[in-house]
Design a protein around this ligand. Structure first.
Ligand SMILES: Cc1ncc(C[n+]2csc(CCOP(=O)(O)OP(=O)(O)O)c2C)c(N)n1
Ligand SMILES: [Mg+2]
Length: 538
């Protein structure tokens, strides 16, 4: 069969069939051959720096639950995107990341803009990196990339494409294939796990980020309610998977080996579903589990199953596992209901502080935030206050960096808002971000303004990297330089990118500015002056 279509035409046909019609990018000369004659049914979302481009695509993919396509400028653009790529990899976000490459004709001479090691560069933060051996292989390479990105554990993949490939003749139409995206757990092992769960007298359930990502929110609730056990979330969650106002919710797990040990003490079984065992951060030594506590883990990620230092693991899709398990466990008789979580919401009779505390900021937001709005969190020293005042109650409504790298929240919020628009959902995104974290990918504000996205950024202007001061105490490292942030006019920056802005210092001003932002046509950046405070780390 002959076909005179180009690689360009065949690849766009394939992308269209796969639903990959939104391209997040920042263009260069090595990408223009891909972008030429950009079809009307495709959308190009321009980001002004690649850290933003990639994190916006991540947010978009997370909101839509589908993979997203990214186009970067050869080595330099890939380099700028790397930090965001780490976050996408850690959050298991399926992304097809492409970068232009210099002309094959000149490759041997290492011309200007060439990336001689294009497939090494994004490693190890992609599941697969490939530069097609021949131009004709480009469409099939995209198909393979898509299949790789979507198989569990999902994640980013990378294609480097020489700029002269696009106009070459294709070898016929693209082959469109499907692969499994959800793998059920081994039924025998699941039955054995169920038996151990049924034998437990005082189990603790941990539902991690993977549950929400897998669409397992309702299955998690059904399982927890039948089990009648307290439910903890992961420490430092990138997604929240269980209603934090539910009577069984017992709070997130702490961040250290020693404290997790204390929290699980007295439980004869910890059932960890969709989470790492465990997400530790500061090193505070201890035993992983107390004497007499057993652990079961279910995750779709074989690497995470292998990495757990204790307990027995099973690999499989966590939504499927929860739905199968609920029928295999017995409702216990006479298990006492767990103590309801004490939310320490002090009733304030005195005037608010000056500057405001984080507690006062979130308390104020809790009075004005719409119930159906989503939260993007990147205010590193105020996580506990956020959880107190703005608990997550719905699926797909809490997002944070998957890697611990800051600079994800701002562009992530932009991508989530774009993803909501794509799937026909109207809701406000409330992005609470530290004055330090706000700077890393700040140019995503421009994309938010251009697309008139319904985002309210609340920037906590405490004038420093507060959490790092806590770390300096914990690590006993006095006189660390570089922790102060004077002289940043964040409102002016946001205005320069085309956002509405407000600078506030009181709770009334904050509430008013927030209400105005809810009716604004486009994003608003509210900068609220706050007191630095030292969070508890471990
Ligand atoms: C890309 C990246 N660079 C540096 C860090 C180290 N880091 C962690 S928290 C933090 C400070 C964040 O400050 P801010 O957003 O103002 O929040 P605060 O702690 O003041 O609440 C820094 C620099 C990081 N996590 N990621
Ligand atoms: Mg700060």
């Amino acid at each position: 069969m002959t076909d005179d279509k180009t690689v360009h035409a065949v690849t766009y046909d394939l992308l269209r069939s796969l639903g990959l019609t939104t391209v997040f990018g920042n263009p260069g000369s090595t990408e223009e051959t891909f972008l030429q004659d950009f079809p009307d049914d495709f959308t190009y979302v321009l980001g002004l720096q690649e850290a933003s481009v990639l994190a916006m695509a991540d947010g978009f993919a997370q909101a839509t639950g589908k993979p997203a396509l990214v186009n970067l400028h050869t080595a330099a653009g890939t380099g700028n995107a790397m930090g965001s790529l780490v976050a996408a990899y850690r959050a298991n976000t399926p992304l097809i990341v492409t970068a232009g490459q210099q002309t094959r004709e000149m490759s041997l001479m290492d011309p200007y803009l060439n990336n001689p090691e294009a497939t090494l560069m994004p490693q190890p933060w992609v599941k697969w990196a490939y530069e097609p051996a021949r131009a004709e292989d480009v469409p099939a390479a995209f198909m393979r990339a898509y299949a790789m990105a979507m198989q569990a554990p999902k994640g980013p993949v990378f294609l480097s494409i020489p700029l002269d490939d696009w106009q070459k003749p294709a070898k016929g139409p693209a082959v469109i294939r499907t692969v499994s995206n959800h793998i059920a757990p081994d039924p025998d092992r699941l039955a054995a796990f169920a038996e151990r769960i049924n034998r437990a007298s005082n189990p603790l359930l941990v539902l991690g980020p993977e549950v929400d990502r897998a669409g397992g929110w309702d299955a998690g609730i059904a399982f927890a309610e039948k089990l009648g056990a307290p439910v903890r979330g992961s420490a430092l969650p990138d997604r929240i998977s269980f209603p934090e106002t539910h009577r069984l919710f017992a709070g997130p797990l702490p961040m250290t080996i020693a404290e997790v040990n204390q929290v699980v003490h007295g439980h004869d079984l910890v059932i960890v579903i969709g989470a790492q065992v465990f997400r530790y951060y500061p090193y505070v030594a201890g035993e992983y589990l107390p004497e007499g506590t057993d652990l079961l883990q279910i995750t779709s990620d074989p690497g995470m199953a292998a990495a757990a230092p204790v307990g027995d693991s099973m690999v499989g899709d966590v939504r499927i596992a929860l739905e199968m398990l609920v029928d295999l466990i017995d409702a216990p008789v006479g298990r006492p209901a767990p103590e309801p979580l004490n939310r320490d919401r002090a009733v304030r009779t005195s005037a608010p502080s000056d500057p405001l505390t984080a507690d006062e900021v979130y308390a104020t937001l809790s009075g004005v935030k719409p119930d159906d709005s989503a939260v993007v969190m990147e205010s590193t020293s105020t996580m506990a206050e956020l959880e107190q005042w703005l608990p997550t109650t719905q699926p797909g409504s809490f997002f944070a960096t998957g890697s611990g790298g800051i600079g994800w929240g701002l562009p992530g919020a932009v991508g989530i808002a774009l993803g909501d628009r794509e799937r026909g959902v109207t809701r406000t995104i409330v992005a609470t971000i530290g004055d330090g974290s706000f700077q890393y990918s700040i140019q995503a504000l421009w994309t938010a303004a251009q697309h008139k996205l319904p985002i309210v950024f609340v920037v906590l202007r405490n004038g420093e990297y507060a959490v790092l001061k806590s770390f300096a105490e914990l690590e006993n490292t006095p006189r660390v330089p570089g922790l102060e942030l004077p002289g940043l006019e964040i409102g002016s920056l946001a205005k320069g990118f085309g956002c509405h802005t407000a600078d506030v210092t009181t709770t009334d001003e904050l509430a008013d500015a927030f209400k105005t932002a809810l009716t604004a046509d486009g994003p608003t950046v509210i900068v609220v002056k706050t007191q630095p405070q030292l969070p508890h780390l471990g």
